[in-house]
Design a protein around this ligand. Structure first.
Ligand SMILES: [Zn+2]
Length: 182
């Protein structure tokens, strides 16, 4: 897995692990501990976010962090242990934009196998047009469809989600989109 730092030490006992196919019928290489036999499974991470809307505009955040510093994104981030996807998406929206929302339906589920992630975006109705961006955001502002800086969008999953959001808005009906991006 080129996109994640290989595991070096056992989480259980601290011994150096080796990558090999376990003897239990598994077919993939895993980090296996030769000392205590613990097998470390590595699986995709969930990124959860929102499409926050206010009238015919959507809220975008200008990133103050790498990667893609200075590019625009929808509020989104890694889901934390102990929270639901809805809770995580609302939390990220508050943390990155200082925006309060009423969570709506799921809009997109996008697999990104290249980096071992799944991105989920929910529609979210903004409760106010006043924002208080956190340290990860340079600026949070509302854009109508023709104002969106399409060439300055940070991630493909965000661009795909925005494109479908505006399509669905025109149609007057929102679907759930299962996509994969490379
Ligand atoms: Zn061990």
């Amino acid at each position: 897995m080129p996109f994640r730092t290989p595991i070096k030490h056992c989480r259980n006992c601290g011994a150096a692990v080796v990558y090999r196919v376990p003897d239990d019928g598994d077919t993939r290489e895993r980090a296996v501990c030769p000392a205590c036999d613990t097998i470390h499974y590595e699986n995709p991470l969930n990124v959860v976010g929102t499409v926050p809307y206010w009238g015919d505009k959507v809220l975008l955040c200008k990133r103050n962090i790498e990667p893609r510093w200075g590019k625009w994104t929808l509020p989104a981030g890694f889901m934390e242990l102990g929270e639901s996807t809805l809770e995580g998406a609302a939390r990220e929206t508050d943390e990155e934009a200082g925006a309060q929302v009423e969570m709506g339906p799921l809009l997109s589920v996008i697999s990104v196998p290249r980096v071992g992630q799944v991105h989920l975006f929910y529609l979210a109705r903004l409760l106010s047009d006043q924002f208080a961006p956190g340290h990860e955001t340079i600026e949070a502002r509302l854009f109508s469809e023709d104002e969106v800086p399409w060439e300055e969008i940070a991630f493909k999953t965000v661009k795909e989600t925005l494109l479908r959001y505006f399509e669905d808005r025109r149609r007057g009906q929102f679907g759930v989109y299962n996509l994969e991006v490379t």
